[in-house]
Design a protein. Structure first.
Length: 242
């Protein structure tokens, strides 16, 4: 959970985000664990909700075994989720926190006329994504290195996909408010993240409820577009700008 940087494309549209100490991590989920006192978080007076859950995802090869474990497919339901996104044949999509490309690679293959920007903060993930792009011959799949202090999107996009990454972002209303100018008029933000009851996901104190998500996105200037009841461990909501 990032400045966006992409090669092999025309132009960059840059928006600088004041995120404080932000860690935009990969599309990921951490093993549940007992919450220590040091993990206790406090709401900020400057924005709704909790600070982001900061966790390192360096070392792509290590994380491939977890993120791309076939067992994940049973509850992440990737193809059903992609179908529910209602992607247009020529859409431009940014997968924020793409990680090892669990979703971005699938979307690029399913929609060869679309452009999929696989965005991640970890250099090793970007290198892995580049290798997979070449290996799978997916010219429409573009790895995008993101810095933690600013974001540069590759022009306006039709869909911002945020899977298992929202809870990693600091000052989420400010971040998504800044992204509004980078989304097309009828574009959407799709957020998938873990419920409080899920056996997968970050420590309980770092999970964001649906109510918190709606409040934060409202503060950022979005309205709820859909609340999709599909996934057993996660909520799945899409938003449009007001």
């Amino acid at each position: 959970m990032r400045s966006f940087y992409s090669t092999g494309r025309m132009g960059l549209l840059s928006v600088t985000l004041t995120l404080g100490i932000v860690m935009l991590t990969t599309t990921a989920y951490a093993e549940p664990r007992k919450i220590a006192d040091a993990d206790t978080v406090h709401g900020s007076a400057t924005h709704i909700g909790k600070p982001g859950y900061h966790k390192s995802f360096a070392g792509a090869e290590k994380w491939v075994k977890k993120f791309d474990d076939p067992a994940r497919d049973k509850w992440q339901m990737p193809m059903e989720t992609i179908k529910a996104l209602n992607i247009g044949a020529s859409d431009k999509i940014v997968d924020l926190g793409a990680g090892t490309g669990y979703f971005s690679l699938r979307i690029a293959k399913a929609y060869p006329g679309a452009t999929v920007y696989a965005a991640d903060v970890e250099p090793s993930m970007i290198e892995y994504l580049k290798e997979q792009t070449a290996k799978r011959a997916l010219p429409n799949h573009i790895p995008v290195k993101i810095n933690t202090g600013s974001a540069e999107l590759p022009g306006k996009v039709d869909l911002v996909l945020v899977v298992d990454t929202y809870h990693h972002i600091d000052d989420r209303p400010a971040y998504f408010s800044a992204l509004k100018s980078q989304i097309t008029r009828n574009g959407r933000v799709a957020i998938i993240d873990f419920t409080a009851e899920s056996p997968e996901g970050p420590p309980p104190d770092h999970r964001i409820s649906k109510e918190e998500l709606r409040a934060e996105m409202k503060e950022a200037g979005y309205v709820l577009d859909s609340d999709i009841a599909l996934l057993p461990y996660q909520y799945f909501m899409t938003f449009k700008t007001e």
